[in-house]
Design a protein around this ligand. Structure first.
Ligand code: IDP
Ligand code: MG
Length: 145
């Protein structure tokens, strides 16, 4: 521990098309705000293939890549930038494990998600996994921020 203040971070959160279709936008935003983080930007939009290819570039070539991109383009997502000390780490913990069937109860995925037929894919939310990812993803989704 040091006595210097932790820097204020920003993270990109997406409520994925399954979350929007199920009416869970408010529940996700409620959890982010209740934890104490601030919203910097929020926009409901349907992502195009170019944006999703850039967003998920790290997964290109994996078996789940094209089904994932197709799912993410299947309807609107709520893209959010949230802000606060250690928000990147904190939202990953709020989201829970990638596979919603086994994500811990208490987390967004664990409380609200399940396997709907394509294992792992429909897990309600995305959250940036590092400061570098957050900067890259915020620039993609909100180029004017
Ligand atoms: P994360 O969202 O927890 O960071 P990643 O490994 O970065 O998980 O995967 C990105 C997204 O790709 C996941 O959120 C999920 O929607 C989907 N995904 C990951 N692994 C699989 C899989 O094995 N099958 C189908 N979809 C997957
Ligand atoms: Mg990831």
């Amino acid at each position: 521990m040091t006595d210097t203040a932790a820097p204020i971070e920003r993270t990109l959160i997406l409520v994925k098309p399954d979350g929007v279709r199920r009416g869970l936008v408010g529940e996700v935003v409620r959890r982010v705000e209740a934890k104490g983080y601030s919203l910097v930007a929020a926009e409901l939009r349907t992502a195009d293939d170019a944006l999703l290819a850039a967003h998920y570039a790290e997964h290109l070539g994996k078996s789940f890549y094209q089904p994932l991109v197709d799912f993410m383009a299947s309807g609107p997502v709520l893209a959010i930038v949230a802000e606060g000390q250690r928000v990147i780490e904190a939202f990953r913990l709020l989201a829970g494990a990638t596979d919603p069937t086994v994500a811990a109860p208490g987390t967004i995925r664990g409380d609200l998600g399940r396997d709907w037929g394509v294992a792992v894919q429909q897990n309600l939310v995305h959250g940036s996994d590092s400061p570098e990812s957050a900067a890259r993803e915020i620039a993609l989704w909100f180029p004017t921020l």
